[in-house]
Ligand binder design. Structure first.
Ligand SMILES: Cc1ncc(COP(=O)(O)O)c(C=O)c1O
Length: 470
């Protein structure tokens, strides 16, 4: 049998020299100060056998390792994860809601949040992010929006906040945490893309320091740990720790990878020892890169200009958002050309590209990416900026069924034109801003149809066949 998967990975790795996306280690052998780890890889691929402790009932080395990490992040308890931030988010939500309970979540939350609603039967109360009209990016959640949601839904069990959002932009987590606690509720912070925030003064504040109750990290994203490694931090007395741990045990494999767990520990040990120096180097490289780039005609770096607008109070500088509003080229086109130069972006959209840099990226990486972008821009005409796709039609339609409630509903397919007033069984989230226009279980109204057409949704949609069985 041909090893097609392995071959494709090898080819990708050979073709793409500069990986400006996760995982945070970027395949760099130098970044792991413990080079022996790379040699021992297969030998230490063990799981819960006598002598190497247990992830779910740790009493030895794993307990100590987790305590060291709790000390590093200054939390009450930190628990290692082997199924990414997703499993931490699932378990956190499951630990605070029952079937039918309300929970306040951003409309543009990661899909693990929706999966938790699907599994529990909890009802979402949505926080709508502000949308930047010129770039199309989903911005922050205003603290007033959270206050109002809590006032309107006093029985809600808690609030989940994505911090940062996918573009590295941060809402006012200090203020939002204070509001949630004033209402005597739990705040869960999806900090999947912010496990590095603690380690440099120019990075945004972590949910941990803002006093959030549960903070979930995807350490493989912005720290040099392996894919799927993560941490769930317990940061207050409000958390039902036993229930949370039960769900982690239910949702995770019974054979956790100790290779992943070791990579997480090694990455954090390195940050502990040399974090200041490494993050300062990253910050200096990014400052240089951004200064060089922002003088290129037509290019705008959005990170700083977003701060202070639409609920955004800080931006993760290691996620560089490059905007081409004033150039006759799309983000998709720039990404495709960069790809041919052996550079892979984190993402592109009609007007922007997003590059994720980590402490594994050397000055050579920054130099190569800079030269390629400058070269691409030669000959690209400047244009008068026009607003991106978004308009003020963004809203949450009437929610008829909970995410779990749609599970056994019989559907029928109709043309968009004929769907007014019917209940959708499809999701549709254009990117950007990755805010769903409609989710399964919501009623299709005029604004939804208008937005679906605007974003080139398929011409037909699966809807609740009210004549059929529920
Ligand atoms: C905001 C956010 N939350 C959660 C996740 C899930 O993280 P993981 O892939 O580690 O499960 C992601 C992944 O991209 C994310 O961007």
């Amino acid at each position: 049998m041909e090893t097609v998967l392995y071959n494709s990975l090898k080819k990708y790795s050979d073709d793409i020299k500069y990986k400006l996306h996760m995982p945070g280690h970027k395949g760099s052998k130098e970044i792991f100060h413990n080079t022996e780890f790379q040699e021992k890889f297969l030998e230490i691929d063990l799981t819960e056998v006598e002598g190497v402790d247990s992830l779910f009932h740790p009493t030895g080395s794993l307990k100590q390792a987790q305590e060291n990490v709790a000390e590093l992040y200054k939390t009450k308890e930190s628990i290692f994860l082997v199924n990414g931030a997703s499993v931490g988010i699932l378990a956190s939500i499951m630990s605070i809601v029952e079937d039918g309970d309300e929970i306040i979540v951003p409309r543009n939350a990661h899909r693990s949040v929706y999966n938790a609603l699907f599994l529990t039967g909890a009802k979402p109360v949505y926080l709508l992010p502000e949308i930047d009209k010129s770039t199309g990016i989903a911005m922050g959640i205003n603290s007033d929006t959270v206050e109002k949601a809590l006032q309107d839904h006093p029985k809600a069990k808690g609030v989940l906040l994505s911090h940062p959002n996918f573009y590295g932009l941060c809402s006012d987590i200090d203020k939002i945490t204070e509001i949630v606690h004033r209402h005597n509720k739990v705040i869960i912070v999806d900090e999947a893309c912010g496990s590095h925030f603690k380690f440099h003064k120019e990075l945004p504040i972590s949910g941990i320091d803002a006093g959030a109750d549960i903070v979930v990290h995807g350490t493989h994203k912005n720290l040099p740990a392996m894919t799927q490694s993560g941490i769930l931090h317990i940061n207050s007395e409000r958390v039902d720790v036993d229930r949370l741990k039960d769900y982690l045990m239910i949702l995770q494999t019974s054979s956790p990878s100790y290779v992943l767990l070791s990579s997480l520990e090694i990455a954090l040990a390195m940050v502990h020892e040399k974090g200041n120096e490494l993050f300062q180097m990253l910050y200096d490289n990014i400052t240089w890169f951004v200064d060089e780039l922002k003088v290129v005609d037509g290019i705008k770096i959005l990170n700083n200009s977003c701060v202070g607008n639409d609920g955004i109070v800080a931006s993760d500088l290691s996620k560089v958002i490059i905007n081409f509003n004033h150039l006759n080229i799309s983000g998709y086109e720039v990404e495709a050309i960069l790809n041919k130069c052996g550079i892979q972006c984190e993402l592109s959209d009609p007007k922007n590209i997003l590059l994720t840099f980590t402490i594994a990226d050397s000055r050579e990486v920054f130099g190569a990416v800079l030269s390629s972008i400058k070269e691409i821009m030669i000959g690209v005409a400047t244009v008068v900026s026009h607003d991106a796709l978004i308009d003020s039609l963004w809203h949450v339609p009437e929610v008829v069924f909970t995410p779990k409630g749609v599970r056994n509903i019989k559907g029928t397919r109709v043309f968009l034109e004929d769907s007014l007033g019917l209940v959708s069984l499809n999701h549709f989230s254009p990117f950007p801003p990755a805010v769903p226009i409609i989710r399964a279980g919501e009623r299709i109204d005029e604004r939804v149809i208008k937005l679906l057409k605007k974003y080139n949704a398929p011409q037909t949609i699966n809807v609740w066949d009210e004549a059929g069985q529920v």
